[in-house]
Ligand binder design. Structure first.
Ligand SMILES: [Zn+2]
Length: 309
């Protein structure tokens, strides 16, 4: 259960450290809707959130008070998992967006995917030539859902130096995970210190300033109790710059999902969704793959040397 007493002390902006903000959304949590899907990926959107504010310096939207670390670790460890097909679709979209950047990455010693879920991206990383591939994932259910060939590549837990056995990654990627961390700045600093010189970080996040999210407002699926912060291009660039990354590049990406999944994300009433889903099914369109720009951004940055360690 998410209850008031489990919330942290008030935090400053977790990207730039500013304490100057304006209100963005009041807390909206229905305790009766909290279950083991609350901290699962790609659930039916519930449009619940903690109190959210907007940083006046870097434009990050964030919760000043978050559940404490032990609560979050336990919640993700025990989260349910039901997103196999969608995870495959998402991995394809991210791989497609990463291709141009992989051409400039000379070393391919180790690639680490943080928040790897059932490891959908890992076979692609192996296929493009990484000698070692590791996925870090806190959810046991997600790891259990991984194919037998991928499961040995997954490490259960939160991201940390001890998971890598001293091997320095050439690439650290993390897709749709940064929003869930109570210290995203610390995560990116740790990634910087672990990467080998000229190594690369690649992040995908929701962009709260994207047109679709602005139009939907608090009925956007990015309004989620799991999300402790929401980025936009400025705050994401600040996050990487403050940690020492250079050659930072940001671009909007498109996601490809089956029509039935896009329908699930809409803020339509449940009865309307059920009728549309029935129509799609009878027209055999449920699994039709559709590519849409729904306001996600990819950011990559390079580490030049070890000077920041
Ligand atoms: Zn800020």
């Amino acid at each position: 259960m998410i209850q008031g007493h489990s919330l942290s002390e008030r935090r400053a902006c977790p990207v730039c450290g500013s304490t100057i903000y304006m209100n963005f959304a009041d807390e909206h949590i229905d305790q009766e809707k909290i279950n083991n899907f609350t901290y699962a990926s790609r659930k039916q959107p519930e449009f619940m959130c903690f109190h959210l504010v907007r940083c006046m310096r870097c434009n990050l939207v964030y919760a000043p008070k978050t559940p404490n670390r032990s609560f979050l670790s336990a919640a993700y460890a025990d989260a349910a998992y039901d997103s196999g097909q969608e995870a495959q679709c998402a991995a394809k979209s991210y791989a497609h967006a990463l291709v141009p950047y992989m051409a400039v990455l000379r070393n391919r010693t180790l690639a680490v995917d943080v928040g790897a879920g059932s490891g959908a991206l890992l076979p692609w990383l192996r296929d493009i030539g990484f000698q070692m591939v590791i996925g870090v994932e806190p959810s046991r259910a997600a790891i259990n859902a991984a194919p037998a060939s991928v499961k040995p590549l997954l490490r259960e837990g939160m991201f940390g130096t001890e998971l890598l056995n001293g091997v320095r990654p050439s690439l650290i990627c993390s897709f749709m995970t940064l929003e869930h961390l109570d210290e995203p700045g610390q995560f990116v600093k740790t990634a910087y210190s672990l990467l080998e010189p000229r190594g690369m970080i690649a992040l995908v996040v929701h962009n709260w300033c994207a047109l679709l999210n602005r139009l939907l407002g608090l009925r956007s699926p990015i309004i989620d109790v799991e999300h402790l912060q929401l980025f936009n291009p400025r705050s994401l660039r600040t996050l990487l710059t403050e940690s020492g990354f250079v050659s930072i590049d940001l671009k909007s990406i498109r996601n490809v999902y089956p029509l039935q999944y896009w329908l699930r994300l809409t803020p339509l009433p449940a009865g309307v969704k059920t009728r549309i889903a029935g129509a799609l099914h009878s027209l055999r369109l449920s699994d039709t793959q559709v590519s849409l720009p729904v306001g996600n951004i990819l950011a990559v940055g390079r580490k030049l040397s070890d000077r920041k360690e």
